[in-house]
Ligand binder design. Structure first.
Ligand SMILES: Nc1ncnc2c1ncn2[C@@H]1O[C@H](COP(=O)(O)OP(=O)(O)O)[C@@H](O)[C@H]1O
Ligand SMILES: [Mg+2]
Length: 279
């Protein structure tokens, strides 16, 4: 292939091996892209703060694809997917949604926090997500076909602390291949905290260690909430602004947990973890 051809090459369907400043297991990244470019819907699961939402956006950037994110939790009725009625100039008119426009062109459509709504909200897009890839919009009496290069990636927070989320029924499970995201390994997380968020090497490693330990305590059921990437990012930001390390840790990692129970509280557990790593 000549240089000219490479330069003009359509980026469609060629896997990237990694994403700048973002960690994802290389096998998962490769499988994910193979699924996407085969027209198979992907469901990203994992604790909050494992980069699910961010990954959908980064993939669009890496492949130069238009990106549209649907905040599924904001959808109140099954018809909201397609648009809403508005009273304009003395009559009610149907305003078609951005979602309907997005599915008719190439690109990535992220269905973010898909399990924040009851399954009946999903019903109206089932035919979009299965092999039919089309839908009849009652309001405009139109059949809409999904563009062959429109890629669906859904995300879901799963875990015991996720009140306000719903179990998927098999109708949804049948329409997606699931990939579970996890926190980056400690050293990689530390590198990112240093490089992207400006933490010193010592602080970066400390924040990564605390994050991993607290999240493993959640999975061992010693803490009621998971710990993803976010508290470490916030702590790095506070320290960068001149806050003492201890204060930063208190407002980001500690205060997320309940002080109830005094010495037996979750906050005490978190403080003990922090003390152990500060030594
Ligand atoms: N694997 C990762 N590599 C780099 N940054 C990450 C990673 N996971 C999470 N982050 C960062 O943490 C923050 C939260 O990520 P987000 O995608 O919102 O998590 P989720 O959707 O899983 O709750 C973002 O700023 C994101 O860039
Ligand atoms: Mg998210």
């Amino acid at each position: 292939m000549t240089i000219e051809q490479t330069g003009q090459q359509d980026q469609w369907g060629i896997n990237v091996e990694n994403l700048p400043d973002f960690w994802v297991d290389s096998e998962k990244l490769s499988i994910m892209q193979d699924l996407m470019f085969s027209g198979i819907n992907v469901m990203l699961t994992g604790d909050p703060g494992t980069g699910k939402t961010e990954l959908t956006k980064r993939l669009a950037q890496a492949h130069n694809l238009p990106f549209h994110r649907v905040n599924v939790g904001a959808i109140r009725t099954p018809r909201d997917w397609f648009g809403h009625w508005e009273f304009i100039g003395g009559q009610t008119v149907f305003i078609q949604s951005e979602f309907v426009a997005a599915i008719q062109r190439p690109g990535i459509v992220a269905l973010d926090e898909f399990n924040r709504v009851t399954p009946d909200i999903h019903n109206s897009i089932y035919t979009i997500l299965d092999h039919n890839r089309e839908v009849f919009i009652e309001e405009t009496k139109q059949y809409i076909s999904v563009h062959p290069r429109c890629i669906f990636i859904a995300t879901e927070n799963r875990g015991r602390s996720h009140t306000g989320t719903f179990m998927e029924d098999t109708a949804v499970e049948d329409r997606f291949e699931t990939l579970q995201l996890t926190l980056p390994p400690i050293e990689i997380m530390a590198d990112l905290l240093e490089k992207v968020y400006g933490a010193t090497p010592d602080h970066a490693l400390l924040l990564a260690r605390i994050t991993h330990k607290l999240n493993s305590l959640y999975h061992e059921e010693s803490l009621s909430r998971p710990t993803g990437f976010r508290p470490a990012i916030s702590a790095a930001a506070l320290v960068k602004r001149g806050q003492p390390l201890n204060t930063a840790l208190k407002y980001t990692f500690v205060n997320r947990f309940s002080p109830e129970g005094g010495v037996d509280s979750e906050q005490t557990t978190v403080l003990q973890v922090i003390q152990a790593y500060l030594k």
